[in-house]
Write a protein that binds this ligand. Structure first.
Ligand SMILES: Cc1cc2nc3c(=O)[nH]c(=O)nc-3n(C[C@H](O)[C@H](O)[C@H](O)COP(=O)(O)OP(=O)(O)OC[C@H]3O[C@@H](n4cnc5c(N)ncnc54)[C@H](O)[C@@H]3O)c2cc1C
Length: 452
């Protein structure tokens, strides 16, 4: 049996565990650094290509129950004038919806599902990956252990003590996020994430419903921007909505550029930065003032790597390809990584003779290379597009050509140029409706039947 270790119980690691289980693997353990999983973060978007994978994992209803399908995505300039608007999800012709969810709620949903399907001890908390050693599968040490990969963790005890734990496996998956220890080991000279000088302030707030109550909006340009979308569908209290927002600006003096997802700050100065942004359809400073909490995060990513796979170990999610949030693709790409990896691993091992350690190690290495060949170039292209603003490029074009606003957007950007920006990004991100709707499933043919 193929033994799989995953470092990191974030969205990528948990989705990978569910994907591997769906593909027929049973010996899967996730080691997570924190001692308790808490519903951290604010909103994220699951794009149709990720919702497809979650649907094929049997999670469509559960995820839909905690999400809102945005009806449209609309772009405006900093005066609230409309630039571009497009339907999303089912309304845009996809067979799967887009869903806006609370990151932490979604992570806990995946964790519960991992425990239900893989067993209550499938997630080991308080275990921080320190290093991974890749042995020659034919070496006496690997033969003695029955596996060629050795992952080392520091396990924290409840009383504050720590001990080192070594786990031998056939596959080690580094799903340990933007500060990945596995990546740092593979690229010791890389240093910290790359910062572009912008700062993001993320928050949630309950405010009067705007537009149709299900529209995701982005207003502004490459220097200053405001993004919001509802996290709760319009319901009984149709006059109010809980929304997620991201306010973004070139960093003021003294800002902390450490990439810490949980860094809370005072809303007052941020409200001031957006004081003029009261549109007749949304009062941006009032939204910021109503925030439950504001989390500050620098706009950072990582350069594309020339290699993800080392022996029987590989990277997924932010550990492999952390990218800016424009395009809302971070969680979605992490989910697709896990599904692609599980697909290739099943294809190389199911129905084959992998009973000897060496045969198993060779099959694993072939599968990881196939995974990397599918995913590394695709995510490198996407990373490059997010650095060029992704689909939000239309906002910068409007600013460059009409910094003081316009009577009608087509006076400054022709309709076909707007359309091409939107289509070009979707093609590069692998979620153009026709490409996604027609693509074969990533559930391997050898996958077991699903029990109800
Ligand atoms: C606390 C938190 C809050 C976030 N909030 C937002 C948000 O509001 N908006 C947004 O767009 N994105 C947010 N993200 C990032 C977003 O979840 C990811 O960009 C995306 O989902 C890809 O997921 P991932 O699994 O690759 O990385 P992550 O979701 O970052 O998960 C990585 C996991 O690995 C664990 N880990 C780290 N180092 C080690 C180690 N050495 N050993 C074992 N485990 C380790 C982390 O604790 C974490 O659980 C947040 C991430 C975190 C960790």
């Amino acid at each position: 049996m193929v033994k799989i270790v995953i470092a990191g119980a974030g969205i990528g690691g948990l989705a990978a565990a569910l994907s591997l289980h769906r593909a027929g693997f049973r010996d899967i353990t996730i080691y997570e650094r924190v001692r308790e999983l808490k519903p951290l973060g604010v909103g994220i978007n699951l794009l149709p290509h990720a919702v497809r994978e979650l649907t094929e994992l049997g999670l469509a209803d559960e995820v839909a129950a905690i999400g809102v399908p945005p009806s449209r995505l609309s772009y405006y300039n900093r005066f609230g004038q409309p630039i571009w608007s497009e339907p999303r999800g089912l309304d845009a012709g996809y067979r799967w919806p887009q869903l806006s969810v609370h990151r932490g709620e979604f992570q806990l949903l995946l964790a519960r599902e991992v425990e239900r399907r893989l067993g209550s001890d499938a997630i080991r908390l308080g275990c921080r990956l320190v290093s991974v050693e890749h042995l020659d599968p034919a070496s006496p040490e690997a033969r003695a252990a029955g596996h060629a990969e050795f992952a080392r963790f520091v396990r924290e005890g409840a009383g504050g003590g720590a001990e080192e734990v070594e786990v031998a496996a056939d596959v080690v998956i580094g799903a340990d996020g933007i500060h990945s220890a596995m990546r740092a080991q593979a690229c010791p000279d890389e240093g910290g994430p790359v910062w572009n000088g912008l700062i993001l302030w993320r928050g949630t707030a309950t405010v009067p419903t705007y537009l149709d109550g299900r529209t995701m909006i982005m207003a502004g340009d490459g220097e200053q921007k405001f993004v919001s979308y509802p996290l709760v569908a319009p319901g009984a209290d149709a006059g109010a909505t809980r929304l997620n927002f991201i306010a973004e600006r070139r960093a003021p003096e003294g800002v902390d550029e450490t990439a810490d997802w949980n860094h809370a700050v005072d809303p007052g100065p941020i409200e001031q930065l957006f004081a003029d942004w009261s549109f007749d359809w949304l009062d941006v400073p009032a939204v910021i003032a109503a925030a439950d909490e504001i989390l500050e995060y620098p706009m950072v990513d990582r350069n594309a790597l020339p290699q993800w796979t080392f022996g029987g170990s590989t990277l997924i999610g932010d550990a492999a390809h952390a990218m800016y949030p424009n395009g809302s693709n971070g969680a979605s790409q992490a989910i697709i990584d896990g599904r692609t990896l599980a697909f290739h691993l099943a294809n190389e091992t199911a129905g084959r003779d992998v009973s000897t350690d060496v045969a198993r190690a060779n099959a694993v290495r072939t599968a990881l290379e196939a995974y990397e060949a599918d995913r590394r170039p695709a995510t490198a292209r996407l990373l490059e597009m997010t650095r060029q603003l992704g689909p939000e490029k239309v906002m910068q074009l409007a600013y460059d050509r009409a910094p003081q606003g316009f009577a009608h957007v087509n006076d400054v950007i022709p309709a076909d140029e707007l359309q091409e920006v939107a289509d070009g990004y979707k093609r590069a991100a692998g979620f153009h409706p026709s490409a996604l709707n027609e693509r074969a499933s990533l559930t391997p043919e050898s996958a077991p039947e699903v029990e109800d």
